[in-house]
Design a protein around this ligand. Structure first.
Ligand code: MTE
Ligand code: LUZ
Ligand code: MOS
Length: 768
């Protein structure tokens, strides 16, 4: 029976945390959230809630035996409010009761008397008031001042990009069970089992060895469970620890949307200088990151923003500053791309602006400034094996661009209210955790007497196919049928000190550790075979052990059994750390990335300029995925990432009201791409070996997200085909409402009719 993720999903057999068999005596927990964005708790009245039948406890900060602290990079985040609240939805207390229904009923009976304080929601306002989460950082190379003085064209402006809801299908969840020795075992839907282990231990005042965390799989993470699965696991663990009973905490969709952080909105200022023939000489940019009320992963995200300041372009003089602003919103967090999409959107906006100023197509500037082998990035790393231009030329160089332009031109000639546009998006994304220390992984491989094998790594399966990739590595080394390899749940008892499954490194790091473990076991089996055959040379080929090249050697099963009876270890725990990478934060220079991922996309869009509605019609991509570990999985990652990126830049709009309450907390008000929205996609892999990659592959998880950015400029392009005088604005998401109001800045929606349109008087309607 096949047991890969997809077949289990299709049969409905795959178990997520909330599907695990429920232990007897299971209780349910739920946070009581702060109703206000900022203030001091005068009194919390829980008596009515506690009086309810089936309610066992309402736990507050006072009930925490260890430290009331869930902060990861910076310890600035209490698990339960301790006198003050800093955002709407911040956990104040944990209600524990017999059923998910009863705890929700009890929640309505809790009364919080809170003295409200002024709140800040805007990043720039926070920066003005010096409300920062972490010190400001600047990456610089060359000399921008003197370079600007040599520029023929200089453009300046502002760019806004919005938040984004992760909308993983499985909401935040954890189940905690007290263990016999006073410890706790937690099933958690987290990307970072070791962070959950460490944080639960801190909160409960236990040693990490007494806290076991298991992750069966995630119904999607997308970064939203890199740090933000932790508090819920801690709350379940606290309740289990206090009450001596198993406790589960599962958020409902709207709770999840309201209580958890999102992609960081950014507000940025840019200044870009070029020569008259289109060479970029200087770029200066300041990013205001809206971090929310606690640091969470914001410092690391801000760092990745700085690393991706110049996207896929070589710019000799750069000064890039990132300011992480503290606001009264839920702490914003990791989301596919991790700050790089925000940086790249600013870079592309600045280029678009410059092209418009120079009255040329943006892709002329994009192509002219693409990175090449040997170019030095602002952070000091020299690029090698650059495939930026190869991808660009392969996608657009053989007349494809000319054809597309012609198509669009004739479409726009034939249509009055509908206009088409296109945009090109090259990407360059660095692979490795920017925090060098996290680039490590372990794998535990067992081969059993019957020849089957099991493997546990620190990688968490979240739909990205990392289990299948790891299975493929074992299968490749042992020449073993995939069905005979079990990839186990992620568990802190089998693998210690694991890094989050994040930064697109899951397969690279855990796959390499698995490769090492398998290679060592195979070497021992080979040695045993040799010993059994008068020390003759033995090779392993296509599943058979060949003695001095002669055919007819023993099978895998025979050799495994022989090794076992000759007392050979058939288990291996291997460790891998990415070689050569380093980064010096005091100089902001180093070689932080193992390699970079390159590619180019062209996106074509169609805008109905009477209604403001649009379609992203086509996406064409040439992407350097190295030699893919699994080309079907990688293709799925490409398609999913692109659509998610298009959603961020076009239709997904996170909105809060004036008091910091999330307005878009349902799918009625928060719009995400569906299969109808998904464009026609043609994605081609360059299939160029990556000399430093695992079996010459490249990571694929995050990079495709950023192709979606072209969606914005394709829409803008179409809008300008309709009215070339519209004011250029770089404010994502480009919702249909925005399209309409930008096309008709002086009109109320009901005033927009065919006759009031800028082209209506001058253009003849085509007659069929
Ligand atoms: N694909 C699916 N289906 N579900 C996910 O949650 N997360 C993305 C990406 N692709 C995600 C996904 C993110 S944010 C990352 S960092 C990578 O997968 C993590 O997995 P990897 O390192 O194994 O590629
Ligand atoms: N997480 C992290 C990440 O801790 N460091 C990173 O560099 C990173 N990059 C992408 C996604 N998550
Ligand atoms: Mo992905 S944002 O690194 O979890």
């Amino acid at each position: 029976m096949s047991s890969n993720e997809i077949s289990l999903h299709l049969k409905g057999l795959s178990q997520f945390v909330d599907d695990l068999p429920e232990p007897q005596n299971l209780l349910f927990a739920l946070p009581f959230p702060s109703p206000v964005a900022h203030g001091r708790i005068r009194e919390l009245d829980t008596s009515d809630a506690l009086a309810l039948d089936g309610i066992y406890a309402v736990l507050t900060a006072r009930d925490i035996p260890g430290e009331n602290q869930v902060g990861n990079i910076i310890q600035d985040e209490v698990m339960l409010a301790d006198g003050e609240v800093h955002y709407v939805g911040q956990p104040v207390a944990v209600i524990v009761g017999e059923s998910p229904e009863i705890v929700r009923r009890a929640r309505r009976l809790i009364r919080a008397d809170i003295e409200e304080w002024p709140a800040v929601f805007d990043a720039r306002e926070a920066a003005e008031k010096n409300l920062l989460l972490t010190p400001t950082r600047t990456f610089a190379i060359g000399d921008v001042e003197s370079a600007f003085s040599q520029c023929d064209v200089i453009v300046e402006g502002r760019v806004e990009s919005g938040g984004q809801e992760h909308l993983y299908m499985e909401t935040q969840t954890a189940m905690a069970l007290p263990t016999e020795d006073g410890g706790v075992k937690i099933y958690s839907a987290t990307q970072s089992a070791s962070v959950v282990q460490r944080t639960v231990a801190r909160v409960l005042g236990l040693e990490a060895s007494r806290v076991e965390v298991e992750v069966p799989r995630l119904g999607g993470g997308f970064g939203g469970k890199e740090d933000q699965a932790t508090p819920w696991a801690c709350m379940a663990a606290l309740a289990a620890h206090r009450l001596g009973r198993p406790v589960k905490l599962t958020l409902r969709r709207s709770e999840d949307m309201r209580y958890t952080g999102k992609r960081h909105p950014y507000s940025s200022d840019y200044k870009l200088g070029l020569t008259s023939d289109g060479k970029i000489l200087a770029y200066e940019v300041t990013f205001y990151q809206n971090g929310g009320a606690a640091a969470d992963l914001s410092p690391a995200i801000m760092e990745r923003t700085l690393f991706h300041t110049t996207n896929s372009y070589y710019i000799p003089n750069v000064r890039s500053t990132a300011i992480s602003c503290k606001t009264n919103l839920p702490p914003n967090t990791a989301f596919r791309g991790f700050g790089a999409p925000q940086a790249m959107f600013v870079m592309e906006s600045a280029l678009y602006h410059a092209a418009s100023e120079m009255d040329i197509r943006p892709e002329i500037l994009q192509k002219k400034n693409l990175v090449k082998n040997g170019n030095k990035m602002p952070y000091g790393q020299r690029l090698t094996n650059v495939s930026a231009r190869t991808c660009w030329d392969g996608l657009l160089g053989k007349g494809q661009l000319a054809l597309l332009k012609k198509e669009i031109k004739s479409y726009n000639r034939e249509h009055v209210f509908k206009k088409a546009g296109y945009a090109v998006m090259p990407i360059c994304f660095g692979i490795s955790f920017t925090n060098t220390g996290l680039n490590q992984a372990s794998s535990l491989v067992h081969v059993f007497g019957d020849g089957s094998a099991s493997v546990t790594t620190g990688a968490v399966e979240m739909g990205q196919g990392v289990k299948e990739k790891i299975r493929g590595i074992v299968s490749r080394i042992f020449c073993l049928d995939r069905g005979r390899i079990k990839v186990e749940f992620t568990n802190t008892t089998r693998i210690a000190n694991m890094s989050p499954t994040a930064a697109s490194t899951g397969a690279d790091l855990n796959g390499n550790a698995t490769r090492l473990a398998c290679e060592r076991i195979l070497a021992r089996i080979l040695k045993n075979e040799s010993k059994q055959n008068d020390d003759k040379l033995v090779r392993f080929e296509n599943g058979r052990f060949l003695i001095e090249g002669n055919a007819g050697g023993r099978s895998w099963e025979e050799a495994v059994l022989s090794a076992y009876w000759n007392r050979t270890s058939l288990s291996e725990h291997a460790f891998y750390a990415t070689p050569k990478i380093h980064f010096d934060k005091s100089r902001e220079k180093g070689q932080p990335f193992a390699y970079h991922v390159y590619g180019t996309a062209v996106v074509q869009a169609d805008v109905d300029c009477l209604r403001g509605t649009y379609r992203i019609e086509k996406v064409r991509v040439l992407h350097d995925a190295g030699a893919p570990l699994h080309s079907k999985i990688d293709m799925g990652q490409m398609e999913g990432g692109i659509v998610q990126g298009l959603g961020w830049i076009t239709m997904e709009e996170v909105q809060h009201d004036g008091s910091g309450r999330l307005v878009t907390d349902t799918l009625t008000t928060y719009k995400v791409p569906d299969i109808q929205f998904a464009p026609d996609m043609e994605i081609t892999f360059l299939n160029r070996d990556n000399p430093v990659g695992l079996y010459r592959s490249k990571a694929v998880g995050e990079p495709p997200f950023m192709y979606g950015i072209a969606g914005y400029f394709a829409l803008l392009d179409a809008m300008r085909a309709f009215d070339k005088n519209i004011v250029l604005r770089f404010e994502a998401p480009m919702t249909p409402e925005r399209v309409l109001s930008w096309l008709y800045p002086d009109k109320e929606p009901e005033e927009i009719t065919a006759t009031s349109m800028p082209v209506a008087e001058t253009v003849e309607l085509p007659v069929k």
